[in-house]
Design a protein around this ligand. Structure first.
Ligand code: GFB
Length: 308
């Protein structure tokens, strides 16, 4: 049976790919406890031992707004090493296909909206994402440079604000949606107010990780272009609307406070989804309400055995 390798299999996107992987393929999952992807010799040895035909590269060092602002150096260093090592080890061991993940937060802060895949390098990213964004942009450069010189059929997909099961629910370093689910759970349990960072005005495209997994399996089979592909429905939701939806789904009746002393980060980063629609006109994204319902139910049932 043809073998696929999945990096980051315990993470948000990786665990979703595992849930959706096809029975016709042998999906081998490696976790950071098994292989240190920041170490090239360990990475290439793993690829030589496994000899996968294709790699879903979902491993990354990720922070939300808080984490990114506090650790620009660490996020740059770890992601540059992980990404270079995985793509170079894949190349030298003859892996046919690598699908890697970019993110809308790495796009230029001042760019024509909605953002097109081709505008990735047309200006600096928002300062809050400085280290992470520059490291992640190099996946696009490495994938395209390897395609030019070595004919590597490596592709990249752009995630927006992804969420779902097995997310990082850390209250300081997590992304907005999982951190807010965690905060709402604690505020309800302890009868406290729910404090939200910033004004609540920023807009984000929240996409369910299971939808990214389904699109990833399709792209690995069918997408062969050098330019990244936006994996999003293109619908924006304000942080305020998000919090109200989470509170409703978790039946939180307490007070919701917006703490203006905390950063808003980028105001919005809408993605142009016309290219995905051309390839996948009938793809149905999970509704935000249904996805949040599944995620909050999973969180409440799993707590405290969650990543936090
Ligand atoms: O997902 P997030 O942390 O990062 O969203 P970005 C930040 C937005 O949510 C800001 C508001 O407007 C915050 O003010 N927010 C409100 C909160 N309450 C909270 C909270 O409790 N925690 C957090 N984290 N935010 C991310 C990048 O940028 O975009 C990631 O940091 C990733 O690396 C992701 O690429 C796609 O959306 O600003």
């Amino acid at each position: 049976m043809p073998k696929d390798l999945l990096t980051g299999s315990e993470g948000l996107v990786g665990s979703a790919i595992k849930r959706h992987s096809s029975k016709e393929r042998d999906l081998v999952c490696v976790t950071k406890k098994q292989v240190d992807l920041t170490d090239f010799s360990a990475t290439v040895k793993m690829m030589e031992d496994l000899r996968p035909e294709r790699v879903f590269h979902a491993a990354a060092a990720v922070g939300g707004l808080g984490g990114n602002m506090r650790h620009p150096g660490e996020l740059f260093r770890k992601n540059i090493l992980i990404n270079f090592n995985v793509l170079e080890a894949a190349r030298v061991t003859g892996v046919k296909r690598v699908l890697s993940y970019l993110s809308t937060c790495i796009f230029p802060d001042k760019v024509e909206y909605p953002m097109k895949e081709t505008s990735l390098h047309e200006g600096p990213p928002h300062p809050s994402n400085f280290g992470y964004a520059h490291a992640k942009r190099m996946i696009d450069i490495q994938s395209r440079a390897y395609r030019m010189e070595y004919g590597c059929d490596f592709i990249t997909a752009v995630g927006t604000n992804l969420f779902g099961l097995n997310d990082n629910f850390n209250l300081l370093d997590g992304h907005a949606l999982p951190s807010l689910i965690h905060k709402t759970y604690l505020a309800k349990r302890d009868g406290k107010d729910l404090t939200v960072w910033g004004s609540g005005k920023p807009l984000r495209e929240f996409v369910f990780a299971d939808d990214i997994a389904r699109l990833s399996l399709w792209a690995m089979d069918e997408y062969h272009e050098e330019t990244p592909l936006m994996f999003s429905h293109g619908e924006e939701t304000s942080i305020r609307e998000l919090v109200e939806l989470i509170a409703k789904k978790m039946n939180f009746q307490g007070k919701i406070i917006f703490d203006d002393s905390k950063a808003d980060g980028q105001y919005r980063k809408p993605s142009d989804v016309s290219k995905l629609k051309k390839f996948q006109p009938d793809f149905k994204f999970t509704s935000l309400e249904k996805a949040i319902e599944q995620t909050t139910k999973w969180f409440t049932a799993s707590y405290p055995n969650i990543r936090m």
